[in-house]
Design a protein around this ligand. Structure first.
Ligand SMILES: Nc1ncnc2c1ncn2[C@@H]1O[C@H](COP(=O)(O)OP(=O)(O)O)[C@@H](O)[C@H]1O
Ligand SMILES: [Mg+2]
Length: 247
């Protein structure tokens, strides 16, 4: 397919009187990783929800792999979603399912794979995110926060998505675990050639994983630059935002 994998064109989205996205334009090319930074409540998670058709724009268009997401019918939308891995901000694992069964879930819901094929895929993805084999049958309550995030990542990857959306993959993690998550995200991109968007505020993460960084402000892409130029930018609004950030 030609053209960008993800493209937002003049996207407008309001909730009641609050206009969250106000003519947002950006695109992500195949195999690239775009990081999105912006203040809390600026609409970063709302952007990701539009990309998977969980929200529809009031105006403008969201195109994924050349197709307008809000115009897709139910069946086409499920097909599209099957190609997209989504690591939710909450990272929510299902408490009554083991690590292994949490990761297997999207395969059991969406595919005609045999249990044996499912087991192989699940183990390969848990290996990729560096979960030790003796933890595969543990319950979420028995593993650390960092491990939960990595299991969530394995679950997002298990369908072998062409696109992965990460919503604050480092939130609530200590720096050491963060570094290993970021390394894992980078490796996945290199090994699987996925196109991705990472919503993140940690500079270290963005420098590790992103090819370009978008600064979301007042519902628009205020800046979009490669990480080195982005963090060196003297743009006053960006400097103020970065200065206010504890990381
Ligand atoms: N489903 C919704 N209904 C009403 N308001 C929403 C909804 N989703 C998000 N919002 C509002 O949109 C704004 C942006 O939210 P969000 O994208 O979650 O911010 P963030 O940049 O922190 O991820 C917030 O003010 C939030 O309250
Ligand atoms: Mg958010």
């Amino acid at each position: 397919m030609e053209g960008p994998v993800i493209r937002f064109e003049g996207v407008v989205k309001s909730f009641g009187a609050q206009r969250v996205l106000d003519g947002l334009d950006f695109q992500v090319e195949r195999g690239q990783c775009l990081a999105i930074m912006g203040p809390s409540g600026s609409g970063k998670s709302v952007i990701l929800r539009h990309a998977v058709g969980l929200m529809k724009p009031d105006a403008g268009r969201v195109l994924v792999e050349g197709r307008e997401v809000s115009a897709l019918r139910h069946k086409e939308l499920s097909e599209l979603r099957r190609g997209i891995g989504f690591l939710f901000q909450e990272g929510a694992l299902i408490n009554w399912l083991s690590v292994r069964d949490n990761v297997a879930l999207p395969l059991r819901e969406n595919t005609g794979l045999s249990e044996r094929e499912i087991a192989e895929r699940v183990e390969a993805k848990l290996d990729l995110v560096k979960i030790a084999r003796h933890s595969f049958d543990k319950m979420p309550s028995q593993i650390s926060g960092g491990m939960k995030k990595r299991v969530g990542l394995a679950r997002a990857l298990v369908v072998e998505p062409r696109i992965i959306l990460y919503d604050e993959p480092n939130a609530g993690l200590d720096p050491e675990i963060s570094a290993s998550i970021n390394q894992t995200i980078r490796e996945i991109q290199e090994r699987l050639g996925t196109t991705s968007i990472v919503v993140e505020h940690r500079v270290a993460c963005i420098k590790t994983v992103a090819d370009s960084v978008l600064f979301l402000e007042k519902g628009r892409a205020h800046l979009q630059l490669p990480p080195a130029e982005f963090f060196a930018s003297s743009d006053p609004r960006l400097r103020q935002f970065l200065g206010a950030d504890p990381d």
